[in-house]
Design a protein. Structure first.
Length: 332
């Protein structure tokens, strides 16, 4: 993947530095970055240096002090906005003394509209393909961000996270890597399976959803929030994946295009239990001070997913009919 085309002054400065243009005069970063596509693209590029990188950028720029400083500034602003946006629901979260059950209730109460339900019954083939392109930004490097957290945990929580990651990475079989399965989904749907192929068309909401993963996972301070986000992601996946697979088949795409989603129906039903009960509850049992951050990670995940869902459904002219349909179904 090559350095993407910038969308404003901040991402332009990052792109220039990555392309070897020398010292960049960093523009002023706005206070609000969550809905700023220029800032979200810049942050995605800075995070990507720690994953696959760019073919036309020096790999040593991963630790360039100026880029790290800019990333830290963007991260701090995004975290502050998310904490402000979720403070009310975090403060009002149930507290029964059983964190796993509290998380199940917290996640289950979310009222975001359901993209999966629309894909299941109403989407056109082109809308299904648009969804597949949108999801490719995450799914072609599925779970990679959470692997950063393994070295920051210990004991039962670490073992449980390793169990989830082992499954995500194909249980030792390269052909079963979930990212490989998704590349096969794209190809079966007549889309480009190349890593980063559709980044240029991603809206700010998709960039923000994808930036949340490394934002939380790459700071030890936020390990609890990262695990809350991961658990929520897993707990809101199994039933939606069943509906998405049915929608793919309904519009006549090849059966191979639905394999990834069928795989996640069973896998994520298991993962949600391990993530909530063994990772999150185990983490907080060992360090009770992390409870609020676990809830924050869960709330941030739900908040950004809800913003994204409303955008894509509005684009498809489907928001009014699906505005009150929850996308969350969890089994406690």
């Amino acid at each position: 993947m090559r350095v993407p085309e910038p969308r404003g002054p901040v991402s332009s400065a990052v792109a220039e530095r990555l392309r070897g243009a020398g010292a960049a005069a960093w523009p002023t970063v706005p206070d609000a970055v969550l809905d700023d596509e220029d800032c979200q693209l810049a942050l995605w590029m800075l995070f990507e240096l720690h994953f696959r990188g760019f073919d036309d950028a020096d790999t040593d720029l991963e630790w360039d002090p100026d880029l790290i400083a800019l990333r830290g500034d963007l991260e701090a602003r995004m975290e502050a906005e998310l904490r402000a946006a979720t403070r009310g629901v975090v403060d009002g979260a149930p507290d029964s003394g059983d964190l796993a059950e509290d998380l199940f209730a917290f996640i289950g109460a979310d009222d975001a509209p359901s993209v999966a339900s629309y894909l299941h019954r109403h989407a056109t083939a082109e809308q299904v393909r648009e969804y597949l392109r949108d999801k490719s930004v995450y799914a072609l490097k599925e779970s990679d961000a959470h692997s950063f957290v393994l070295g920051r945990l210990d004991g039962p929580a670490k073992a449980a996270l390793a169990e989830i990651q082992y499954d995500e990475y194909g249980s030792g079989r390269p052909e079963s890597l979930h990212s490989t399965l998704y590349a096969q989904t794209l190809e079966a749907a007549g889309l480009d399976p190349t890593y980063g192929a559709y980044l240029h068309e991603m809206p700010v909401e998709t960039l923000a959803v994808n930036n949340l993963h490394p934002l939380l996972a790459m700071r030890r301070r936020l390990r609890g929030a990262s695990m809350g986000q991961m658990a929520t992601f897993e707990a809101t996946s199994s039933s939606p994946c069943r509906r998405i697979a049915a929608g793919i088949e309904r519009v006549g795409l090849p059966a191979e295009a639905a394999v990834y989603f069928h795989e996640h129906v069973e896998a994520d039903a298991v993962h949600e239990q391990v993530a909530l009960r063994d990772v999150c509850a185990g983490l907080v049992q060992a360090d009770p001070s992390l409870r609020e951050d676990v809830l924050f990670g869960a709330a941030a995940c739900l908040h950004l997913d809800g913003v994204w869902a409303r955008r894509i459904l509005a684009r498809w002219g489907a928001l009014p009919a699906f505005a009150s349909t929850t996308s969350v179904q969890v089994a406690s």
